[in-house]
Design a binder for this molecule. Structure first.
Ligand SMILES: C[S@@+](CC[C@H](N)C(=O)[O-])C[C@H]1O[C@@H](n2cnc3c(N)ncnc32)[C@H](O)[C@@H]1O
Length: 484
């Protein structure tokens, strides 16, 4: 049953709209959508949760069953009234999502936003993303779903019929459809009216990549994404990363290259789309496979941790192609200390708090097909430099790395300030590990050694290096480094 008939004064448009809205509760793909939103959220008892654009409370009523501390906001009185008819204890506030949210900073553990973001005016969407960011705790999750471009409601109803026949049988399905037909037609009609009335361009469904960009630009990290609602909506889970500096500095460094016939610019940045990230994993896979560091894999990707609270990636880009990448792990006991080597911590690192220590790894450079012959190691050096600059902003002081002895020897020739850790013992158990880089770590002819670095030593080294630029000057090529 739906509750539209219980609300008095049904004369406004929105009242009419919401009085038929809950017909969706009878539609299986809508039920799947609500379950998918909750299923991926890892909800814990007592968490503070916001349902933004809660409508008639369909999702909220399900969320409450998890004994959470739920607050709902919606700007339509008619929707809020219906919600309260269905749940008299609902904590729901009338509030416009295009205005500052009435909550303290870092207040919520999770935010849900279902079928609402796309209805917000384009010019106000970034402001809402910033507000979500502000009221979420660091590490908190935003679980959001919106209809995709080319949304086909008919597909949802056809899927419903299929599921209903399977679950309830043919006769019950036909009976239900007769009962549903009038409110469903009314809802289609009202939706068409909403679109027609709208002068702001807000009821255009948002293209998948654009949707992702709103949140990634707003400093969220995408951690999961899937289709739902009979494939007609995209459900994404974003995490609020806890490094403010990260927000403003996704592009860290430019290196201008001036050759005789060609100029170019290498940009080092944090990948800002899932496409860029998987492109990086793909190129890394190819590089490692060539060197026989990893075994062939079906997905042809070298993926690893990718938990935004413990890891940040960097890519060097030239002419829109990734030509190098690296990774920093942080915020926990690092694999090199915990699983890979046994050593007593060097004095220089023993004083540094765990959260300020990092592990640099997966540094790879790919030879670009480029008219200017880039000196070997240039890309590696600028990646190191970018990570040091980033580390300064993010409060990382020092850290570890596991590098090939041959690379370490080369770096030492450049007087690169990297320090071998004495008396290390490899504890990496080849037979038990699931680490894809097992062959990297276990080749007696090409050993790996544990090293540490101090961020400020790296920064002074690079100041000197880029100050003189000499090592990078070939006969007719000039390299200049422009930071910002
Ligand atoms: C399609 S409904 C979705 C409702 C609910 N989340 C659900 O899944 O059933 C969109 C909701 O967003 C609300 N909404 C749209 N713009 C809003 C705004 N600027 N501020 C607050 N709520 C808004 C509408 O009132 C409506 O309840």
């Amino acid at each position: 049953m739906w509750y539209g008939s219980k609300v008095k004064n049904m004369d406004s448009f929105w009242e009419k709209y919401f009085s038929v809205y809950d017909i969706l509760n009878k539609v299986y793909p809508y039920q799947d959508l609500l379950s998918d939103l909750i299923g991926d959220a890892d909800i814990k008892v007592g968490e503070r949760i916001l349902d933004a654009g809660s409508g008639t409370g369909n999702l909220a009523i399900k969320l409450k069953q998890y004994s959470v501390n739920l607050v709902c906001v919606d700007n339509q009185v008619a929707a809020v009234n219906l919600h309260k008819v269905k749940d008299s204890t609902a904590n729901v506030q009338i509030h416009n999502l295009t205005e500052r949210l009435p909550f303290d900073d870092n207040y919520f553990d999770k935010i849900f936003c279902n079928n609402t973001f796309y209805t917000i005016e384009k010019q106000k969407r970034y402001q809402l993303v910033d507000e979500f960011y502000r009221v979420l705790k660091p590490g908190g999750a935003l679980i959001i779903s919106d209809p995709k471009v080319g949304f086909r409601p008919l597909k949802i109803y056809l899927r419903h019929i299929r599921d209903s026949v399977t679950k309830r049988g043919f006769a019950a399905t036909v009976y239900d459809l007769f009962r549903m037909i009038i409110p469903t037609i009314q809802m289609f009609y009202y939706n068409a009216q909403i679109k027609k009335r709208d002068q702001t361009g807000r009821y255009n469904f948002i293209d998948n990549a654009e949707h992702e960009r709103y949140f990634i630009k707003g400093m969220f990290e995408l951690v999961a994404k899937k289709k739902t609602y009979a494939g007609e909506a995209i459900l994404s889970k974003f995490i609020k990363t806890n490094y403010k500096w990260f927000k403003k500095n996704r592009e860290i460094l430019f290196v201008d290259i001036n050759g005789k016939t060609k100029t170019g610019r290498i940009t080092v940045k944090i990948p800002d789309s899932s496409f860029e990230l998987s492109e990086m994993f793909r190129i890394r896979y190819e590089a490692y496979l060539r060197k026989k560091y990893i075994q062939p894999r079906e997905d042809k990707l070298d993926t690893d941790y990718h938990d935004p609270l413990e890891c940040v990636y960097f890519v060097a880009i030239l002419e829109q192609k990734i030509i190098g990448s690296s990774r920093i792990l942080f915020g926990r006991k690092l694999p090199i200390e915990k699983d890979y080597f046994e050593f007593s911590e060097p004095d220089a690192l023993a004083r540094i708090p765990q959260e300020a220590k990092t592990e640099i790894g997966r540094i790879v450079s790919f030879r670009p097909n480029y008219a200017i012959d880039l000196p070997p190691h240039l890309v590696l050096l600028i990646l190191f430099y970018s990570m040091s600059v980033y580390g300064k902003g993010a409060g990382f002081i020092a850290g570890y790395g596991a590098i090939k002895e041959t690379v370490k020897n080369k770096l030492e020739k450049f007087s690169f300030p990297i320090h071998p850790i004495e008396n290390t013992k490899t504890i990496f158990d080849v037979s038990k590990t699931t680490d894809p880089l097992v062959s990297f770590f276990n080749n007696p002819n090409d050993p790996v050694c544990a090293v540490y670095y101090i961020r400020d030593e790296l920064l002074s080294y690079f100041d000197e290096l880029f100050g003189h630029i000499k090592p990078f000057n070939k006969e007719d090529i000039k390299f200049s480094v422009v930071t910002h």
